[in-house]
Design a binder for this molecule. Structure first.
Ligand code: SF4
Ligand code: SF4
Length: 395
């Protein structure tokens, strides 16, 4: 239990909170649960008290005690019921880096041994299997076997110019495996020299940060860097915005780091992707880590607009205002009902546009929205942008 999980900047920023509460107004977890204790402003107030109660001087002067175990548990529950969507950070008029703060707070709660039981499962899965789902890591690229015309090498080459870092969700979830299948085929048709890493790919580290397990991260990062280096690649491409964010913000910049939407728009503009008419009305959901997180707003829209026949309509809340799908921050593992309630609101917003399909650029958004749509028999297509291109691909 210590205040060392926070930087000086974070401690100063907390003091600057004006209690304006606009972070609560835009929080999808608050709207979906009607529980103000899930808001940023409540979390900061609690955290300030906790930090003060831990300092010796404050305790000596005022006789303050730290929180009881029960208070810790209650507070901890509210902290982990958050999608890490960054909406609060985007709106905060003081400019507090709230998303970073929530990550530090989760780490503090893990160090303080006050965290949801599911966190232990995440840690054990990562330690034992090198992926967050306790799947056999040797089976990471098994989805290639389900492709129609996969080449003999199965996209596993000894060396290539580009490494396609697939990510845990797309590697293992049948719903999401359609994304790497689509992207691999598009890259192949476009003549890109790329390889997968197969069993040599380990979790990017994002679930660790979200679970407050940053202490585990270094080993995974070192391994992934070494595995890419063995392929002698110059660029790493990601369809997953969270993997992309990790490599962009936490890994040393040894390679060019590109999200699939940025890579694909260049290929399309260079006329390397043969596209045919696709009559479909679509809207676009900005994934939190790609939109607010990486400010990649234009490329996905350019990709959609470049497909002949596709009619594009914006969501009422788009770009930096886009509302989370409910799938971020490990929320699905911690509180599946809250995650589904946030997804419900997202789908209602999508339906208000009259679109036949919602397109996004994230395997986790696809999984969350698709799960809701299927369970509730909503007549709506949910597609990753790679799948949209794949549908329009001339074979
Ligand atoms: S990151 Fe998103 S879910 Fe979490 S507190 Fe901020 S607005 Fe709410
Ligand atoms: S928006 Fe920023 S300043 Fe306002 S209450 Fe939330 S954290 Fe504090």
């Amino acid at each position: 239990m210590s205040n060392r999980d926070y930087s000086v900047r974070q401690i100063l920023e907390m003091e600057a909170c004006t209690n304006c509460q606009v972070c609560a107004d835009v929080c999808p977890a608050v709207s979906a649960s009607h529980d103000g204790e899930l808001s940023g402003v409540f979390r900061i107030k609690g955290l300030k008290q906790i930090l003060k109660s831990r300092t010796g001087l404050f305790r000596r002067l005022f006789g303050k005690k730290g929180p009881t175990e029960e208070q810790w548990k209650h507070y901890s529950d509210t902290v982990f019921r958050c999608t890490l969507c960054g909406n609060c950070q985007e709106i905060c008029p003081v400019g507090i880096h709230l998303k970073d703060l929530w990550l530090s707070l989760r780490q503090d709660l893990v160090h303080s041994k006050s965290y949801p039981k599911k966190i232990e499962m995440i840690r054990d899965n990562l330690e034992e299997s090198r992926n967050v789902f306790a799947e056999d890591n040797e089976e990471r690229a098994d989805w290639v076997e389900d492709m129609r015309d996969a080449p003999e090498h199965g996209y596993l080459k000894d060396k290539a110019e580009i490494v396609y870092f697939t990510g845990c969700v797309a590697s293992y979830f049948p719903l999401a495996q359609k994304i790497p299948m689509a992207l691999a085929e598009i890259l192949d048709v476009s003549g890109v020299d790329f390889t997968l890493m197969g069993e040599d790919e380990w979790c990017c580290g994002f679930p660790m940060l979200g679970a407050g397990l940053k202490d585990m991260f270094q080993e995974f990062m070192d391994h992934n860097l070494e595995a890419v280096s063995e392929k002698r690649a110059r660029e790493v491409v990601f369809a997953c915005p969270s993997c992309y964010q990790m490599w962009r913000e936490y890994y040393p910049h040894k390679y060019q780091i590109t999200h699939a939407t940025q890579f694909l728009i260049k290929l399309i503009q260079d006329k390397k992707v043969p596209l045919q008419e696709l009559p479909l009305k679509v809207t676009y959901h900005d994934p939190c880590d790609l939109g607010r997180g990486a400010r990649v707003f234009d490329e996905p829209r350019q990709v959609i607009r470049s497909i002949p026949g596709v009619e594009f309509v914006e969501l009422p809340q788009n770009r930096e205002d886009c509302q989370c799908c409910g799938g971020g921050g490990n929320l699905e593992m911690i509180d599946a009902n809250l995650s589904a309630e946030i997804a419900k609101r997202k789908i209602e917003e999508v339906l208000s546009t009259g679109a036949e399909a919602v397109v996004t650029s994230c395997q986790q958004c696809v999984r969350t929205m698709m799960t809701y749509v299927r369970r509730n028999k909503v007549p709506l297509d949910v597609l990753d942008i790679t799948q949209l291109i794949h549908r329009a691909l001339k074979h």
